[in-house]
Design a protein around this ligand. Structure first.
Ligand SMILES: [Mg+2]
Length: 394
């Protein structure tokens, strides 16, 4: 009996770097934006969809892009900012499955087979991811769903931009057959030319071709691999990374916050969220970062190290609150549109034995109990009293 179908999701942000630039600077929206190295040998990282209409593509020399699109806005990449948005995106993934294989800052495979017990369908999970990313970052992701990686990626690519597509088993041939062979993974330029020489141009033609013609074009082993993919068979597992880069939580306010105690209560709430996620995964962080956005778009981030790696809410909050207060005191009329905290610099429990228990036992028990109750009754079921101040300002 064949194994039950897996549920795989491929998520890819649309024109990621360029979209972040358009998000942070509204004057760039609707204009061709090209994020690129600006020196003489600079290369394009990402072109917005407006710029792609002029033929500008990733990996193209910036000089060529300027010829094609002289009126474009050329922006130097801000990797810290993209990393920051990326960690929010990956947090959304982490809410539907721990099985995440990140391919880059803005692209990942998720194996959500086990999550189907909690959600109605793979589409429900895909929608939650897409909407979650949109709500928390303001950016569009394309989401593809299928029973393997190959088809999930094909689904997101062919529905881009702002894509959302599930490829069912009975639809596989309809999607694969018309594609040019060069579109297939593992078919490089050389293999593509060899296939063209024996008259094979599409994946449909490849699937129907005589075995000897394929062997002649590609060699036996390569032919067998490519044929399996062309048939839509792909058993590769989603390989979750050993350690995550960061765990973050943030909140955007409908009305800007201008009172420190309220901001602190919100900060505590975010600390509880990241702490719970870190504890659930057995990760201990060294670095705490807070993110503070002044309306409308000026974002500040501040970082500090913990003296001992940890994941307890009180330890995280102590550092986050200090960073928040310092920032608050440095601003004449502080106002916040968004506030967040993230953990990074995860260690592999390499702290000496006695340090692992350095946090008072009582605090650890509160965290553990709270995690259990939240797990059972939904996040937010039990919050610290300080957090209750956030009710009403939501
Ligand atoms: Mg992308």
């Amino acid at each position: 009996m064949p194994a039950p179908d897996r549920a795989i999701i491929h998520v890819d942000m649309d024109a990621f770097y360029a979209s972040v630039e358009q998000l942070d600077d509204p004057s760039l929206r609707g204009r061709p934006v090209i994020v690129a190295g600006l020196g003489r040998r600079g290369v394009v990282s990402t072109a917005s969809y407006e710029a792609r209409r002029f033929g500008v593509r990733s990996a193209m020399p910036t000089a060529e892009a300027r010829r094609l699109c002289p009126d474009g806005v050329y922006v130097f990449p801000r990797h810290d900012r993209y990393q920051e948005v990326s960690s929010v995106v990956f947090d959304v993934f982490g809410e539907v499955t721990p099985q995440i294989e990140g391919l880059s800052l803005d692209e990942a495979f998720l194996d959500v087979t086990a999550s189907l017990k909690l959600f109605a369908s793979v589409e429900a999970i895909g929608r939650r991811v897409k909407d979650g990313i949109r709500e928390r970052t303001g950016l569009n992701a394309s989401v593809g769903m299928a029973h393997n990686k190959l088809l999930a990626k094909l689904a997101s690519e062919s529905s881009k931009p702002d894509g959302f597509l599930r490829i069912h088993r009975h639809e596989v041939r309809g999607y694969l057959d018309p594609l040019p062979v060069g579109k297939m993974w593992t078919i490089g330029r050389v293999a593509e030319e060899s296939l063209h020489r024996v008259g094979i141009r599409t994946i449909g033609e490849l699937v129907r071709a005589d075995a000897w013609r394929l062997h002649k074009a590609l060699g036996e082993r390569h032919a067998r691999q490519i044929l399996a993919l062309a048939q839509g068979t792909d058993e590769r597992p989603v390989v979750a990374e050993a350690a995550e880069q960061s765990i973050g939580a943030e909140w955007t306010f409908e009305t800007d916050l201008s009172e420190l105690p309220i901001a602190e209560a919100w900060m505590l709430r975010q600390c509880e969220r990241v702490g719970a996620r870190a504890r659930a995964r057995g990760l201990e962080a060294r670095t705490i970062s807070v993110k503070l956005r002044e309306p409308p778009f000026l974002t500040h981030s501040r970082q500090a190290q913990m003296s001992v790696a940890g994941n307890g809410t009180p330890e995280i909050y102590e550092v986050a609150r200090r960073l928040l207060r310092t920032w608050w005191e440095q601003h004449p009329r502080p106002k916040l549109r968004l506030l967040g905290v993230s953990l990074s610099g995860f260690g592999k429990h390499d702290v000496p034995q006695q340090d692992m228990f350095a946090a008072p036992v009582e605090k650890r028990r509160v965290d553990g109990l709270q995690d259990k109750i939240n797990e059972k009754f939904g996040a937010g079921a039990l919050m610290r009293a300080g957090v209750l101040k956030t009710r009403g300002s939501e």
